[in-house]
Each structure stands twice: as C-alpha cells, then as structure tokens.
Design a binder for this molecule. Structure first.
Ligand code: HEM
Length: 184
C-alpha cells in the first residue's frame, strides 16, 4: 500500500504526541534548558512531481509544538518530504519561522524503517539558509535527524549544531519525540 512513497509511506497521516523533549539555550532565563512539549503533525501524500526525468512522491508536512496548555505553539515547521524511487534519495525540506530554511537529505531503500538525513551550512546540495541576525548570533551549522517508523508510530531524534555567541564551543540543540497516528 502507498508503495510510491517508499520509506515515507509509514509517515502518512495525522500524528500526536505528548512526550517531546527539546534541549536549547533559553534566553529569558539565560540557562540551558530541557523543555517537554506536545506536538501535532500532519503529512499528506501528493505526487508525482516531475523534474525532467526525475519523478518524486512527497508529503505535505506541517508540525506544531506546545508547552503545557499554552495557546500558541512555541515551535512550528512547514515543508515537504520527498522520495525519488529511482535513486533512493529521500529529502526533508522545511522552514523554521525564525528565518531558517533547511533541505536535508540522504539515500536509503524503499523498505527502510530507520534513516538519517543531514544538512549543513554551505553544503552544495543539503544546505541550511538563515537570516542575517542568526548568522551573527546563533548560526545553524549542521542539522541531522534520524527517523524511526513503527506500526502506527514514528519517532525522530535530531540535533542542530549552533554557533552561539553565548558559548565558545558549538552547542547541540536537540529534539526527540515519538508520535502516534490519530488519523489516516
Ligand atoms: C522540535 C523541533 C524544535 C524545537 C521544539 C525547538 C525549540 C527551541 C527553543 C525552545 C529555543 C530557545 C528559545 C529561547 O528561549 O531563547 C530554540 C532556539 C533556537 N532554535 Fe530551535 N527548536 C527546534 C528545532 C530547530 C531546528 C530544526 C533549527 C534549525 C535548523 C532550530 C534553530 C534554532 C535556533 C537558531 C535557535 C536560537 C535562537 C537564538 O539563540 O536567538 N531549532 N529552539
């Protein structure tokens, strides 16, 4: 079923979870802090999209995260997941509304249940773009996410390495979560 989407087939649907953990520098308190969050995510299939001889199948992706009972999400992502069956290339292209865009990618197999995508600042293919302020103060130098697809569940484990003016060494900004499918 949904074999055109290869390893992305297991991500199709609407998802929710309550046990996300974010590790970041919290400016309001000037401390490194682990924030627990809940999340709602939708991934809607589309395709094919053809680039010349290349044929891609994708997922229209939206995700939002909240702390406790707050009304507005403190983090959101919108973008597309893409799969090229001919080459095994899988991509996650998304925007973080801090002024950051990412195209992360890798090569894997159609039946893969665990895969890791990467992007880096200045990479010629899988790159990160960021605004002028962030480039000077909190630059995202690399991004890596491992996806684990289960039966009605999926999880992510991701690290964004930041060059922050508050730290002499690169800072690992991490997020991990396991979500459950609540609708097809
Ligand atoms: C589940 C995903 C994510 C969550 C929940 C999250 C959450 C957060 C939080 C809570 C902060 C601290 C804000 C503060 O209190 O000052 C932060 C900062 C930041 N995040 Fe994320 N983040 C996520 C993913 C990402 C990704 C994928 C990137 C980039 C590719 C990113 C880039 C940044 C940057 C650059 C900052 C620092 C802003 C500054 O220092 O002024 N984040 N994030």
């Amino acid at each position: 079923m949904n074999e055109e989407w290869g390893p992305l087939a297991g991500l199709i649907g609407e998802w929710e979870g309550e046990g996300g953990v974010d590790h970041a520098f919290k400016h309001s308190a000037e401390v490194v802090f682990d924030t627990t969050y809940r999340e709602k995510c939708t991934m809607k299939p589309f395709g094919p999209v053809d680039n010349g001889t290349q044929s891609l199948y994708g997922l229209d992706y939206k995700s939002a995260m909240w702390r406790d009972d707050e009304e507005n999400p403190f983090h959101t992502e919108v973008g597309y997941w893409l799969w090229d069956a001919a080459t095994g290339e899988v991509m996650k292209g998304f925007v973080v509304p801090r002024g950051i865009v990412v195209l992360a990618g890798t090569f894997t197999t159609a039946d893969a249940k665990v895969f890791t995508l990467k992007a880096a600042l200045g990479d010629s293919k899988y790159a990160i773009g960021e605004n002028d302020y962030l480039a000077a103060n909190a630059s995202s130098t690399s991004y890596e996410v491992t996806i684990t697809v289960g039966d009605g569940t999926f999880g992510y484990d991701q690290t964004t390495w930041l060059n922050m003016k508050e730290f002499a060494e690169p800072f690992p900004h991490t997020d991990h979560h396991s979500l459950t499918r609540v609708a097809e």
